[in-house]
Design a protein around this ligand. Structure first.
Ligand code: PMP
Length: 429
C-alpha cells in the first residue's frame, strides 16, 4: 500500500532504510537454522529464581520509589555503583560525570545528538557496529570509516582521513571506536595502538567516543586499559549492563568530561525525562545482593567454550583461502572469504542450507564488505556452532564450484531472499 505520509516525513528519515537482510532473518530464526547471525547475550545461566524473589521484595518494600519518576541524569545510587563496575577496568570516575541511559545505544544517540549537525563527519572503524551506523545515519552524519588491522585502527589512516575531511571543509566531530572485542571483527586494540590514538586525538583536536560493552567479557589474556583510563579530557566512555548482566533492563551509561555530561543530561531529559527508574533499582539490587563478579566469570567460561567451538569448527570446515579473526573475548568472529565470493548474494543459499550469518556489507556505510561475514558464537551451544560451520563450509564449497564452472558466484539461488517481504526485526546487534 502506498504510504499517504510519504511527503511528510523529515529528511532525516531518508537515511533509515530497511535492510534487505531483515527479511531473511524471519527465516533464519527458525529452530532448524543454526543462527550464527544474532548478537543476543546468552543469559540462560542467570539465577532467575533468586533474581525473581529479589525483584518481588523490591516492589513490595520500595515500590513507591522504584516505580516513580526519577532523575534525568540517573539515580545517584546507580551512578555510584557504575563507578564500582568501571573500576574493574581501571577507570577512576566520579558519579557526577555519569549519565545513565536506556542501554549504551541510547547513550550513543545522545552523544550524536549533542555533537552532530547534518553533514558533519564521524570517523569509525572499517567495519563498525551496525547499530552505530544506523544512529549516525539518523542524524544525517557522514560516516568515514578508517582502515583497521588485527591491532585496531591504523593511526596513519586516521590522520589521513581527518586531513582529507578538513581539506574539503568538513567538520570531524568524533572518532567512534570499540577497542575491546570489536563488533563485528572481534579485534582488540593493542596498548600501543591505544596510546597512538590518544596522541593523534590530542594533536588533531578530536573527541573519542569509546564504546565498551564487551570489555569485561575477556575470555583470554589480561584486559587492556580503557582509552578513558588514559585520558579523561577527550574521551566519552559508553558502558552497558547488557552483556555483563542482562540486556532487557536496558541500562547503560556515558561517562563524559563535565561540560559534555551537562549537555548529555539535558538531552536525556528532553528524550526521556529520566532513564528507566525501575531498571536502575533492579540492577542496583542485583549488584548489592548477588555475586555479579562471579556471574561475569560464569559468562566468560560459557563464551570461551563457544568461541573455542567456533574456531575449531572453522578450522575443520572452511575451504582453503578463507581466513578469520581469533577473538580473545566478546561475541564475534570476522571471516574473509576467498576472492570472487559474495556473502550477501550467498545468504539465501546459506539459509536454505540451514545456517545464517550477517553479511559484511551491513557493517560498512558504503557497500564494502561483500567478501566478509560476521559469525557470532554467543548464543548457540558449542555442538550447534560446529554444525553451523559444517553447513557453512558446504555452502562455500558449492559457491566455489559454481564460481569455477560459470565464472560467477551463485547468489541466484536466491528464491528465499526475494520471496520474503516482511518479518520481525533482525537480531543482528
Ligand atoms: N555497542 C556495541 C558495540 C554493541 O555491540 C551493542 C549491542 N550489541 C551496543 C552498543 C548496544 O548495547 P546496549 O544498548 O544493549 O547497551
Amino acid at each position: 500500500m502506498l504510504d499517504p505520509w510519504i511527503d511528510a516525513y523529515a529528511e532525516r528519515t531518508h537515511g533509515l532504510t530497511v535492510s534487505a537482510v531483515r527479511a531473511l532473518f524471519s527465516v533464519a530464526n527458525r529452530p532448524e537454522v543454526v543462527s550464527l547471525a544474532g548478537g543476543m547475550p546468552n543469559i540462560a545461566d542467570l539465577p532467575r529464581e533468586a533474581i525473581g524473589e529479589a525483584m518481588a521484595s523490591l516492589i513490595r518494600d520500595r515500590g513507591t520509589q522504584a516505580m516513580q519518576y526519577g532523575s534525568g541524569q540517573g539515580e545517584p545510587f546507580m551512578r555510584e555503583q557504575i563507578t564500582e563496575v568501571m573500576a574493574e577496568e581501571g577507570i577512576a570516575a566520579h558519579p557526577d560525570d555519569l549519565v545513565v541511559s536506556c542501554g549504551s545505544q541510547q547513550a550513543l544517540d545522545l552523544v550524536t545528538r549533542v555533537f552532530c549537525d547534518p553533514g558533519d563527519v564521524i570517523l569509525a572503524e572499517a567495519p563498525s557496529y551496525v547499530g552505530a551506523i544506523g544512529t549516525f545515519r539518523a542524524y544525517q552524519v557522514q560516516i568515514v570509516q578508517v582502515a583497521m588491522d588485527d591491532r585496531g585502527i591504523v593511526p596513519q589512516a586516521l590522520r589521513e582521513a581527518i586531513a582529507a575531511c578538513r581539506a574539503v571543509g568538513k567538520r570531524v566531530k568524533f572518532l567512534y571506536t570499540i577497542p575491546n572485542f570489536q563488533n563485528p571483527t572481534g579485534v582488540t586494540q593493542t596498548v600501543e595502538r591505544r596510546q597512538e590514538l590518544i596522541e593523534a586525538a590530542h594533536e588533531l583536536d578530536i573527541l573519542i567516543v569509546e564504546d565498551n560493552p564487551y570489555g569485561l567479557l575477556a575470555i583470554e589474556g589480561e584486559p587492556k586499559p580503557a582509552l578513558r583510563s588514559m585520558d579523561d579530557s577527550r574521551v566519552v566512555y559508553l558502558g552497558s549492563f547488557s552483556k555483563t548482566f542482562a540486556p532487557g533492563f536496558r541500562i547503560g551509561w556515558a561517562l563524559a568530561p563535565h561540560a559534555v555530561r551537562e549537555k548529555l543530561t539535558l538531552a536525556q531529559e528532553s528524550a526521556t525525562l529520566a532513564p528507566p527508574v525501575f531498571s536502575q533499582f533492579a540492577i542496583s539490587t542485583y549488584l548489592h545482593q548477588f555475586d555479579w563478579r562471579g556471574q561475569i566469570q560464569v559468562y566468560r567460561d560459557m563464551y570461551r567454550a563457544r568461541r573455542d567451538a567456533m574456531l575449531q569448527g572453522l578450522t575443520e570446515n572452511m575451504p582453503e583461502g578463507t581466513t578469520w579473526t581469533h577473538p580473545t573475548g566478546g561475541f564475534f568472529v570476522w571471516v574473509t572469504l576467498p576472492e570472487g565470493l559474495d556473502s550477501q548474494a550467498m545468504l539465501p543459499r546459506a539459509v536454505s542450507a540451514r545456517v545464517a550469518y550477517v553479511p559484511g556489507t551491513a557493517f560498512f556505510a558504503d557497500g564494502l564488505g561483500s567478501r566478509n561475514m560476521r559469525l557470532s558464537f554467543c548464543f548457540p551451544p558449542p555442538e550447534r556452532i560446529i554444525e553451523g560451520t559444517r553447513r557453512l563450509g558446504e555452502v562455500l564449497r558449492d559457491e566455489i564450484d559454481t564460481l569455477r564452472t560459470f565464472g560467477i558466484g551463485s547468489g541466484s539461488g536466491g528464491h528465499l531472499y526475494r520471496d520474503i517481504t516482511s518479518g520481525p526485526a533482525p537480531d543482528i546487534t
